[in-house]
Design a protein around this ligand. Structure first.
Ligand code: SF4
Length: 463
């Protein structure tokens, strides 16, 4: 069954030059758990011996004190995964490691390569054998094939072949290599910790391990971290940056800074700009926690409409629970969010949401609001309608999954059962950032894909 909310892609965390590398990586992955909940893993090296541990599930379920104490070394690479290419199976869990000419090579990857199926076919035609259905495995094959000229040249050659969205970290016995695609779709940052280095998808992971943020890995940069320090290489200059705006709207944690932008403040500005764009006659406003929380704060402060927590989130609901029967249909939605009748009854309510992808969960939530007696229910969404699929690593890769592809805004309003519905304009969405429009990917809103898409591309195209 497809998820109702878009899924985060993956989270990366790596450590170089710290004796507690395994435990630090564990905590780093803990901070990045929101980016992937299907599987997690850590590979560690003491310079000679390489060990790994990975499994399906959440970080605290996979690792414990005993496992981490056995993982000795000063170089570590960790990954949390939500599958965007390849099924959710243990064989596809990352980091993915191979042995090549007696050396170990491991990769952790966030994003989607748009030409992976073509490269894989070419490699298979030449006799390559693949163990997984992940696009990340192709990267290791390309590196291994070019390794005779040295790791630096192999990385440059590999990055000139693969296309699409990727932030990745590669680990040998004694080196870490952090790389970002030339468009910079996915975030990746560098930090310093007690003389060592840390690489992470988001700055919230640096904060947790008390590392100091140094800078982002630049789009098109290959940063090699080794015993003598850092060595930065650049791939061919990109024609433009295309940083994923949905990282700021939805994926990244509000306590992170992504693409140089604090996520909390960006979302608050979205709310302020929504109040300039839309004036709604409401007694109170609320988010469905946690989506929309920060845009709601911005809208409330700018509009003067009182902000209430009209629904309460159960923080103890796990990823899976026994599915309710047909006669308890709405139970599945209410177990996570339950409305407070005394706050909402007889009130004109404005809800702030961060996105509507499929619309079915929102519809059920609005029905519940009406059942408990809200007199009017309005909704503002802090981004434009999602009219185009994403092929760069976000889990809405076909038009059929997007309600805004099938319906107009008025039709969506009627389908969901709202009194009114408004979406933030693209101009105001861009205005909420300090990033120029030419340096953002907005393809799921405007259909302008920065990297050409192959029609054959799908999540399962390598299976
Ligand atoms: S299409 Fe949308 S979700 Fe995908 S990378 Fe671009 S902005 Fe992000």
């Amino acid at each position: 069954m497809r998820p109702q909310r878009p899924k985060e892609e993956c989270g990366l965390f790596a450590v170089y030059g710290h004796e507690d590398a395994a435990k630090l990586t564990y905590f780093g992955l803990y901070a990045l758990q929101h980016r992937g909940q299907e599987s997690a893993g850590i590979v560690i090296s003491d310079g000679r011996k390489v060990q790994e541990h990975k499994a399906m599930g959440l970080v605290p379920d996979i690792f414990n004190e005993e496992i981490l104490n056995k993982m000795k070394g000063h170089v570590a690479l960790g990954h949390v995964r939500y599958s965007t290419t390849g099924s959710s199976l243990l064989i596809n869990a990352q980091p993915f490691r191979i042995q090549y000419l007696g050396k170990s090579l491991a990769i952790a990857h966030n994003g989607n390569l748009v030409n992976s199926h073509r490269i894989r076919k070419e490699l298979e035609d030449r006799g390559s054998i693949f163990q997984t259905t992940m696009d990340s495995e192709i990267v290791l094959h390309l590196i291994a094939m070019a390794m005779k000229d040295g790791l630096e040249k192999a990385m440059l050659q590999t990055m000139s072949r693969v296309q699409g969205a990727y932030s990745m970290v590669i680990m040998t016995e004694n080196r870490l290599i952090a790389a970002r695609d030339p468009f910079g779709f996915r975030p990746l940052c560098l930090g310093r910790l007690n003389g060592g280095y840390v690489v992470a998808s988001e700055t919230c992971a640096l904060d947790l391990v008390e590392a100091t943020y140094i800078r982002d890995i630049e789009p098109g940069e290959i940063l090699i971290i080794h015993e003598k320090g850092l060595n930065s290489l650049k791939t061919t200059a990109p024609s433009r940056k295309a940083q994923c705006i949905f990282e700021l709207i939805y994926f990244s944690r509000p306590d992170s800074s992504v693409f140089g932008e604090n996520v909390y403040l960006f979302r608050k500005r979205q709310g302020e700009l929504m109040s300039e764009e839309f004036s709604v006659d409401a007694d109170l406003m609320m988010p469905f926690p946690d989506s929309g929380n920060y845009a709601a704060i911005g809208y409330a402060q700018a509009s003067g409409i009182p902000l209430e927590m009209g629904v309460i989130r159960n923080h103890y609901v796990g990823r899976t629970f026994i599915q309710p029967s047909q006669t308890m249909r709405d139970f599945g939605v209410r177990i996570k969010l339950n409305p407070v009748r005394e706050i909402l009854k007889g009130k004109k309510v404005l809800i702030i949401e961060d996105s509507i992808i499929r619309g079915t969960t929102t519809k059920t939530r609005i029905k519940t609001m009406r059942q408990i007696g809200a007199s009017e229910v309005h909704m503002l969404v802090s981004c434009p309608p999602h009219r185009y699929p994403c092929h760069y690593g976000i889990d809405f890769s076909s038009k059929g999954e997007l309600i805004a592809c099938q319906k107009t805004v008025d039709e969506i309003r009627d389908f969901i059962g709202l009194d009114s519905l408004g979406y933030l304009s693209i101009d105001n969405l861009v205005k909420a950032t300090t990033i120029p429009r030419s340096e953002l990917c907005l393809a799921c809103f405007d259909g302008n894909y920065p990297v050409a898409i192959d029609e054959e591309l799908s999540k399962f195209c390598l299976e």
